[in-house]
Write a protein that binds this ligand. Sequence first.
Ligand code: AMP
Ligand code: ZN
Length: 498
Amino acid sequence: MSLFEKYPVSITNSLSGKKELFTPLKSPFVGLYSCGPTVYNEVHLGNLRTFTAFDVVYRYLTHIGYKVRYVRNITDAGHLTNDAGEGVDRIEESAKLEQLEPMEIVQKYTFSFHDVCRIFNILPPSIEPTATGHIVEQIEMVKKILANGYAYEVNGSVYFDVRKFMEKYKYGELSGRNIDELLEGTRELDRQDEKRHSVDFAIWKAVSPNHIQRWPSPWGEGIPGWHLECSAMGTKYLGEQFDIHGGGMDLKFPHHECEIAQSIGAYGKTPVRYWMHANMLTVNGEKMSKSKGNSFLPRELFTGSHPLLSKAYSPMAVRFFMLQSHYSSTLDFSNEALQAAEKGYKKLSNALSTIKKLEHPGGSGNQDEELLKLIDEAYRNMSDDFNTAKTLAVLFEMSARINDMKSGNVKLTDLDADTFNKFKSAYITFMEDVLGLQEEGSQNLDVLDGVIRVMIDLRKKARTDRNYALSDKIRDDLKALGVQLMDGKDGEISYTIE
Ligand code: AMP
Ligand code: ZN
């Protein structure tokens, strides 16, 4: 029996508003899509909360035996400042400000996003498609929607015809908006008058002659509408209908609502079976966002350079902070909350170091039902809509048992070896694999390893250049620091640290 059969997962589906039993279309395969970043500047901690939430969903589903294909896109074209598809192109605007090519901006912030993910131990997805890499698929989708009569072309732009769509299908179901309310929404001037109705949205947008990012299409040169990329890439890699689609709560409308309409407009099928939305990271109750000026950047945390922080915090303490609340609740960010999180994380991390070193001496003691019950509870909590808050509470109980084992309050010889091994393995698995919480300091060791390897490469280069003075200096200086380099048989160099 697989773990996902033993601990069936339930998910609060934003579409129904109810907690539902999760049954994948083609178990054990699971298709998971989550909206990735728009790479026009550095991600802030608010963005990271959402990415962390779906990282845990991916980790847990994989851990319990599902074969997950996780698609998280990179938005590198088409995202305008107004989510309704109007306003300034975010990437073009950054390019102007930083005096770089739009694709230089895209590259720079994609790399920076990947660095941040590595630091926070957010796993890479199975596929990370980009909007610019899928222009053809997006154009094909626009053609389908046009052919089905749910879009119209004006001056080289193509708009989704929401009114027409509503003659047959529902629009606004996910976000609970009603169309009349939407129609009353403020109308923008500019190109808005091209649209038949203010609720219509661009699926292809003609651009002005000075717009650098542009692609040819049957309607002239332009850019894809922002909502379209997720529909096109989700369909391409996960099918016309797939299991789970996630993103931040702020994307429900219009982004995800438009995605649903586009997919139905093109393929006549509702694209997603379970919609999941992560709630907002707030500062003093207000959504953290770049535009509000209340955002915190990862590097401001590690250096403690933000005026509202009293000190620097480690990435794992911040990750722990994010996981302390359920993904569907808002989470307020503050120096005090981080301090508390740091303490909590250290407790769990210490227990992790301890249990890794503890070995059962063998033999059979008592089967401690309590220990097995804790493992069971951890699974039940995670399977209950990925409740990381309750799972952490169980891990705290487990850490107390670990401390008893360490202090000798509980003797390992009194415990059954099999029970102990199950308990040890569960604690390590939940911490590292499921929640992605690494041992304190282990990240620094990774950095140290990287730096030493750089030095080894430099020494190799010095030797090839016959600069023996430099190669000896590198070896001797490293030795003085306690790092001993050793020449292997095949020219490979290894090292030991005293
Ligand atoms: P963006 O790069 O603006 O497209 O946002 C990337 C992801 O971060 C989206 O899923 C957003 O919903 C999410 N996001 C933005 N701000 C916050 C916040 N304050 N708290 C949680 N998630 C957020
Ligand atoms: Zn999206």
